[in-house]
Design a protein around this ligand. Structure first.
Ligand code: TEU
Ligand code: CA
Length: 544
């Protein structure tokens, strides 16, 4: 058993402020809007809010391009509103963690504005500049948003590196002065009373562009240990790194407490099982449940003793899970609850992305004009130019575009889903007339109350928090079943991942007490030797 930490028992709720709630009718969600919905979040029972970026930004990548780390974007409010949010959350026992985007800044950040001026500018070395090679890009590194990772600057006849859009130049972590400026900034937010950081693409900061190394560069962990010592090391904060390229082996480097780096990382291996291996996520493939079981179990086993898992299906970059691996048509409620049960039954800290708790679905945009995201727009141009079939491109966006997660939160069946009095910055999903918070709160069988119950369970059930994980029937193609074991206590989690009925048999030799802790059907079977699982049926049993 790990040394116990407050965030072991916590459930975290991610807010994408632009799409959460608009308090002043300009069509853009804002901080005041979050404050107005804190009672709703308290009712859900979550402990921590992860706030996607609210800093000053030209919004090329919706705030992941920061031009001033010390200032709130005026569309979202003021620093005064931010202070108020911290205060009002605290009153409700809710902590706030902030997004830390320090792999890159906006090209409007004063550091970059300065750096561009000349080769000998004091800020030049805060970014990564290289001479042309034979009049071309220094090498073949690619941007994650399409095209080369190098952008030519005519003024100084050099290229700068950007792993995202060209308006997001990568910071040069080799520069000690730059690192110190980041520590100062982090300490400013820590002193303000935030409870931690979600660290954007943190596995990229050790990059070695001359050797084509993006992720997991050799100095990455030195930088993180340096960060720990200079910022949050003396505070009891929550730190979670976003690491697309992490393996079970190096996850321990980040999250083994002895190493003094981070508390946990987001691993994305399970979220990449429905793409063609080695290709981009636009190259679609059907999910095989057996593979999902393999991958999630591998992570559960690997971090059982050292490190800690983060558990998630959704965030602002991923399509809606109920549309992706559930069934957003006739079994939307059942499948959303099944996916929630499957995830929240595991060992780790669960994350909920806004709208997941009411089973919001993909955006269902069919026209390229409806997509706002810079990634989608860039990939569209790139793939069209490369001769891909347009229908195929649009199909992959329909399944995987980031805007699927970014449509405005559906609060009620009022105009614009009750999100705003004015025209929302992004189209509302037309299904808001039936899928919305108001309806969810009026229905004791709603997905919302299922999440509420799962969150509550975690607060009181030590087996759920600390029990070791054990996969059952690894080869079964339609049932995901596993145990959680702590001393003489056991939980059995059984989930039917599909819409056909399926029998599940659990061998018990001696007489045991069996209690159903939660289920998505009102009359689930309690004879665990033989359970007939209905479509998407999911049950957590406690066996003692
Ligand atoms: O995302 C990192 C990232 O590489 C993926 O999200 C990628 O954009 C895509 O979704 C998967 O191929 C983080 C943020 O979460 C994202 O919103 C930002 O756009 C990105 O970093 C740059 O800051
Ligand atoms: Ca607003």
């Amino acid at each position: 058993e790990n040394q116990q930490k407050w965030w072991h028992k916590n459930v975290i709720y991610q807010i994408y402020p632009r799409s959460f709630y608009d308090s002043n009718g300009d069509g853009i969600g804002d901080i005041e809007g979050i404050i107005l919905k804190l009672d709703y979040l308290e009712k859900l029972g979550i402990d921590v809010i992860w706030l996607s970026p609210v800093y000053e930004s030209p919004n090329v990548d919706n705030g992941y391009d920061i031009s001033d780390y010390y200032c709130i974007l005026s569309e979202f409010g003021t620093m005064q509103n931010m202070n108020e949010l911290l205060l009002e959350s605290e009153k409700r026992g809710i902590k706030i963690i902030m997004d830390l985007v320090v792999n890159h800044t906006s090209d409007q950040h004063p550091w970059f504005v300065e750096a561009k001026k000349s080769k000998d500018n004091p800020n030049r070395d805060y970014y990564i500049w290289r001479d042309p090679v034979n009049g071309q890009e220094p090498n073949e590194l690619k941007s994650n948003f399409g095209g080369s990772a190098w952008e030519y600057d005519e003024n100084t006849n050099q290229y700068y590196l950007h792993f995202y859009s060209k308006q997001q130049p990568d910071l040069n972590w080799e520069n000690a002065e730059m690192r110190n400026s980041i520590w100062d900034m982090m300490n400013f937010w820590i002193d303000k009373g935030i409870s931690g950081f979600r660290m954007d693409v943190i596995d990229l900061i050790g990059k070695d562009p001359d050797h084509l190394i993006k992720e997991n560069g050799s100095k990455l962990h030195d930088y993180l240990q340096d960060m720990y010592r200079n910022t949050f090391g003396n505070h009891d904060l929550l730190t979670v790194g976003e690491t697309w390229g992490v393996t079970t082996e190096n996850a321990k480097l980040y999250s083994d407490p002895k190493r003094k780096e981070l508390n946990m990382v987001f691993q994305f291996e399970h979220m990449q099982l429905d793409k063609v291996p080695g290709k981009q996520r636009w190259d679609l493939r059907k999910l095989e449940l057996v593979e999902l079981k393999n991958v999630l179990s591998k992570w559960q086993y690997a971090l059982d003793q050292e490190g800690w898992n983060s558990l998630f299906w959704n965030n602002h970059d991923l399509p809606r899970i109920v549309s992706r691996w559930g069934n957003d048509r006739e079994y939307r409620v059942e499948s959303a609850k099944m996916l929630a049960t499957l995830l929240h039954g595991m060992k780790g800290t669960p994350y909920i992305y806004q709208g997941e708790e009411i089973g919001m679905t993909n955006a269902a945009f069919t026209s390229i004009e409806d997509y706002i995201d810079i990634e989608t727009q860039n990939i569209y141009k790139e793939r069209m130019a490369a001769g891909f079939n347009e229908e195929e491109i649009m199909k992959s966006f329909y399944m995987k575009a980031r805007d699927n997660a970014r449509t405005p939160m559906q609060w009620s069946d009022d105009k614009h889903a009750g999100f705003s009095e004015g025209k929302p910055w992004m189209k509302v999903n037309p299904n808001y007339t039936s899928i919305n918070v108001e309806n969810a709160l009026n229905d004791s069988n709603s997905i919302f109350f299922h999440y509420q119950q799962l969150i509550k369970l975690r607060k009181h059930n030590n087996t759920l928090v600390y029990g070791s994980y054990k996969l059952l029937d690894s080869e079964d193609k339609s049932i995901y079943a596993y145990e959680r074991i702590l001393k003489n206590k056991k939980l059995l989690i059984v989930c039917n991942f599909y819409e056909h009925e399926k029998e599940f048999c659990y061998p018990i030799t001696h007489h045991s007490e069996v209690e159903i802790l939660i289920s998505n059907y009102i009359d689930s079977g309690s004879d665990i030797k033989n359970i007939k699982l209905r479509p998407y049926e999911a049950i957590i049993y406690e066996i003692s």
